[in-house]
Design a binder for this molecule. Structure first.
Ligand SMILES: Cc1ncc(COP(=O)(O)O)c(C=O)c1O
Length: 397
């Protein structure tokens, strides 16, 4: 297969790269309605950093029914058959709080992660845990060091709570610039946030480099590692930073049932961290209360449904290959991805691109960074990806 892979070094050589990078709003079209301070330019596009903005659709409410919804990195195959069955059975218990059932889920997760129950904190999706961490740490100011682009959920709440963001551009190979991030830490730094694999780029930072970085840096500052997409790697669990918990390191690892388990709408996520760290977070939240009774059961069953997990991973990879090949045939470049989405540059202003794709009933995201416009497309079913490439062919070629 002939592919055109993008290396950031090439851009530096061609002078396209000015600085910075991409970035993703977790709020989609709701951004404008969010209470969080979102900087907008005169055209209503969100400005995330001096180098990075997102083209927001006019209003999500006015969105037409989509033939392929590829704008939120949802897993098109979920929930798993076992999770669905559990959900149906547990629905009748929806009049109860899930107190002891939540403990069962925590036990199961602790065993899976190889940690103790006291190291697990549950939340309604990992967004909640990212946001509550930001609230707990940045109420009295301080800064968060992260890549630019990064997933912005935690960062935007940190800013809203009174903190500031110290963005560090990704390296030429799209990995985190760990040396520069370490240098960016100052007396006001309260947290380092790392999303690996990263959203919106879909790229990874080498496991060994990250382990060394987290082990060293967490001696001074807590490090938050968002592993939402780790499940899409063949050897995902081996790439996790969870082993650092046993070594007593002050790291917070966030995971979600929204991606590989296909349960985005059921809202289950968790954090793995030291007990003392979780105690501090639990001072401002009982996040587990946010998970519905049926979702607790669905999560337990989803963990057991390994054939669904493997199938999701395989089908996702097949769709990625299909899109790589299709983009290459259209003479378009792309950034190879390790996740359930990918980015590629487009020769069209992002808002216009979104309008045209939406007219074809295809939902995607559009960003501007490094002086280029980008499309981020989530992997749907193969049929949806075919609709996507057909639309793209009409819109771009
Ligand atoms: C990197 C990353 N972290 C966290 C989340 C939040 O997911 P959830 O709140 O559904 O667990 C997302 C969602 O897209 C994400 O991309």
């Amino acid at each position: 297969m002939e592919t055109k892979k993008i290396n950031r070094r090439n851009w530096i050589k061609t002078g396209i790269l000015t600085a910075g990078g991409v970035f993703a709003s977790p709020y989609l079209g709701f951004s404008k309605n969010s209470d969080l301070p979102l900087r907008l330019d005169q055209h209503g596009n969100a400005i995330y950093s001096p180098f990075f903005k997102e083209y927001l659709p006019e209003s999500l409410r006015e969105y037409p029914v989509l033939a392929a919804k590829l704008n939120a990195n949802e897993n098109p195959y979920g929930p798993s058959p076992m999770a669905l069955e559990a959900l149906k059975t547990a629905a009748a218990g929806g009049n109860r709080y899930a107190w002891k059932e939540l403990f069962q889920l925590v036990d199961k997760i602790a065993t899976f992660e190889g940690v103790e129950q006291k190291n697990i904190m549950m939340g309604p999706g990992s967004s909640d845990l990212l946001e509550k961490t930001a609230m707990a740490l940045f109420m009295n100011g301080g800064n968060v060091v992260s890549a630019d682009p990064a997933y912005m959920s935690l960062i935007r709440v940190a800013e809203a709570a009174g903190g500031s963001w110290k963005p560090v551009p990704l390296r030429d190979d799209w990995s985190h610039d760990l040396d520069a991030m370490e240098k960016a830490i100052d007396a006001d730094t309260k947290l380092v946030y790392i999303c690996n694999p990263n959203n919106p780029t879909g790229t990874i930072t080498q496991h060994k480099d990250l382990v060394d970085f987290c082990a060293r840096v967490s001696e001074k500052i807590p490090v938050f590692i968002d592993e939402a997409y780790l499940g899409f790697l063949e050897d995902g669990m081996k790439q996790s930073m969870v082993s650092l918990i046993g070594e007593g390191k002050d790291v917070i690892i966030a995971r979600t049932f929204s991606k590989i388990h296909g349960m985005a709408g059921l809202r289950v996520g968790y954090a793995v961290a030291q007990e003392e760290r979780l105690d501090k977070l639990q001072k401002i939240t009982r996040a587990g209360m946010g998970i519905s009774y049926p979702s607790v059961f669905a999560a337990m069953s989803a963990m057991d449904d390994t054939s669904f997990i493997n199938e999701s991973r395989e089908r996702n990879a097949a769709c990625r290959d299909y899109v790589y090949e299709s983009l290459s045939k259209m003479n378009l470049e792309y950034v190879p991805s390790h996740t359930s989405f990918m980015i590629f540059p487009i020769e069209m202003e992002g808002k216009k691109f979104l309008e045209k794709m939406t007219a074809h009933k295809i939902g995607v995201r559009a960003f501007k960074f490094m002086g280029k416009n980008w499309c981020r497309v989530s992997m749907g079913t193969m049929d949806e990806m075919k609709l996507f490439t057909q639309a793209l062919n009409t819109v771009l070629i």
